[in-house]
Design a protein around this ligand. Structure first.
Ligand code: PEP
Ligand code: MG
Length: 588
């Protein structure tokens, strides 16, 4: 069979986008285009009738949205379902409604024109207010506006949604996405939107493959055409060749094959054949993934990327709002541990203000930003502490590069504790504090840091980029982004050795942990836990249960002597063969 690289490089019928929800699906496309709404500004004579029509359309829109909100509450977590609650609130906004009623009576033109202009004012404010998040919310309001207008025009919405199709659309509102999932939709492809767009979030919640941000899928793909969606890599193939269908059908089969027997690991711990237990935890990027964490049998949350909240909410939530979010999160996984990472803003992630930085990855990122904005940091610390009453929260600091940063952070944490005590607010006074080890300077001084913290979590995504001087998101230098480079392996070894001197537990939460090929090596290097996306947890548990720590350690020691990435990879592959372990790498 052809390799993935061959299939990709030869294809001139592929569209690339963002891999928003994992999985592979082959099926029929359904081009979802919304009818353009024509708005009439014609005069009216009967004001009472116009007002009655408006009230009826409003009531009907509310009824429709209530139905959607109900589905959302049944199928999604509360934070996500709240998107729909916010929509309903707009329909109850008395200022907006009064102004619409008043204008209908005064201007004596069709209510649809007044509704359109009034709600557009709302949207304009949002568009001007802030960045991308607000733009997405303005888009949602478009949905509400069109809903009322359609009801005023007494038109039916989308007459019939086809079943079992792959939806191709410019963008999808939360309501569209949810309704499609009710109709057994198999996957989503959109022109616009990123990882935090609703289509992406909802697809992940429902385990449906999705590729978003393709720019032009709706212009290229025809309705009813056969398509393949590769939600692992972010590719869509339209009118696929026999070879492509064969390749992806094989992949699907292998996935099913690999999934066989996996379920039994849900309730099993990851223990090597000679008895070393490894904690297999989950990385959580969006709150909606909590269900996946629970169903994947994770031993806890090893990394909660709290900065994702900023994308979802469009800014920094208040201390009280954060307290609610973190409390819910911790209670959902209780008694398991939830590791909340302080906002890792900057780099290629959420930017607070328009800092113009020539090298954002080397700039005001993570702890550097937080120490520069102590109020934001302290609010988050207090919220995390307040949520820690049940003693299942750990707090982790990103991008630490000097001991001073750690000392200052610890001082701030103590200050927050004092303030909470003064206000008689309960918290876990022994909440564990750890750091991400992801900057080479910290890795080099691992021993010194180990004596100061409760745990380490190695962030290989950044550690590799900083060690190899290679931008983690730049395709041009992707060849140099080598997770099995001797430099990376030796650095991990050095970090673990430093930690061991102070019995500081070490986890690894970079993507490397999700590369099943890396697992025996990481165990052999002495890691106590690994944290990865929920989708890989059961595979990791199965692999760990099939080799001995003793052998993995010996293999890791051999790898530490090697000089190239290739040599190390070959040695690990041999380890898989020697121990008869089935591999998932290169299959997904
Ligand atoms: C890492 O750097 O490995 C990590 C887990 O953090 P992030 O990917 O969020 O930077
Ligand atoms: Mg990082």
């Amino acid at each position: 069979m052809k390799s993935f690289k061959e299939i990709i490089s030869k294809a001139n019928n592929k569209i690339a986008g963002i891999a928003a929800a994992p999985g592979i699906v082959i099926g029929k496309s359904y081009l979802f285009t919304k009818e353009k709404i024509e708005i009439s500004k014609s005069p009216i004579t009967d004001i009472d009738e116009a007002l009655r029509n408006f009230e009826e359309a409003l009531a009907l829109s509310k009824k429709e949205l209530n139905k959607i909100f109900k589905i959302a509450r049944e199928k999604m977590d509360e934070i996500r379902a709240a998107i729909f609650e916010a929509h309903l609130m707009i329909l109850d906004d008395e200022i907006l409604l009064t102004s619409i009623r008043k204008r209908i009576a005064e201007e004596k033109v069709q209510p649809e024109y007044i509704v359109s202009t009034e709600i557009s004012k709302y949207q304009q404010i949002m568009i001007q207010a802030s960045e991308s998040y607000m733009k997405e919310r303005a888009q949602d309001i478009e949905d509400i506006k069109n809903r009322i207008i359609r009801n005023l025009q007494k038109k039916r919405w989308q007459s019939k949604i086809e079943k079992d199709v792959i939806v191709i659309s410019e963008s999808l509102t939360p309501a569209d996405t949810l309704l499609f999932t009710k109709n057994d939709t198999k996957g989503f492809v959109t022109d616009h939107g990123g990882l935090t767009s609703h289509a992406a979030i909802i697809s992940r919640s429902f385990n449906l493959p999705a590729v978003v941000g393709t720019h032009n899928a709706t212009q290229i793909i025809k309705d009813g055409e056969s398509v393949i969606v590769d939600g692992f890599h972010g590719y869509v193939f339209y009118n696929p060749t026999d070879e492509q269908v064969k390749f992806y059908s094989e992949k699907q089969k292998k996935l099913i094959e690999l999934q066989k027997g996996l379920e039994e690991y849900k309730d099993k711990d990851a223990i090597t054949t000679d008895g070393k237990k490894i904690n297999v935890e989950a990385n959580v990027d969006v709150t909606g993934e909590i269900d996946l964490v629970i169903s994947a049998g994770a031993n806890g949350i090893g990394l909660y990327r709290s900065e994702q909240l900023l994308d979802e909410l469009g800014g920094f939530p208040s201390e009280d709002e954060q307290t609610i979010i973190y409390t819910k999160l911790a209670s959902r996984v209780y008694p398991l541990i939830c590791t909340i990472r302080a906002f890792d803003v900057g780099g290629d992630k959420f930017k607070f203000q328009d800092y113009k930085e020539p090298n954002p990855f080397l700039g005001l990122r993570g702890i550097r930003f937080l120490l520069d904005n102590k109020n934001i940091f302290k609010e988050q610390i207090r919220a995390v502490l307040r949520a820690s009453v049940h003693k299942n929260i750990k707090f982790m600091i990103p991008m630490v590069s000097t001991l001073d940063e750690l000392w200052t952070s610890k001082k701030l944490i103590e200050e927050c504790k004092k303030e909470l005590r003064k206000d008689k607010i309960h918290f876990d006074s022994k909440m564990k504090i750890g750091i991400m080890v992801e900057v080479p300077s910290t890795a080099v001084m691992s021993k010194d840091f180990a004596s100061e913290v409760d745990f380490f979590s190695i962030g290989t995504n950044d550690l590799i980029q900083y060690l190899m001087a290679v931008d983690r998101g730049n395709d041009l230098v992707a060849e140099l982004y080598q997770e099995f480079s001797p430099v990376v392996i030796r650095t991990i070894h050095h970090i673990v050795q430093g930690a061991k001197e102070f019995d500081t537990p070490v986890s690894l939460c970079g993507e490397m942990a999700a590369d099943t090929l890396a697992i025996p090596l990481l165990v052999g290097l002495g890691l106590d836990s690994v944290s990865m996306s929920p989708a890989t947890i059961l595979y990791a548990k199965r692999i760990i249960n099939s080799f001995s720590y003793k052998k993995a350690k010996a293999m890791a020691e051999e790898c530490l002597q090697m000089k190239t990435e290739n040599e190390i990879q070959q040695r690990i592959l041999k380890f898989f063969e020697e121990n008869n372990i089935s591999r998932t790498r290169n299959i997904i």
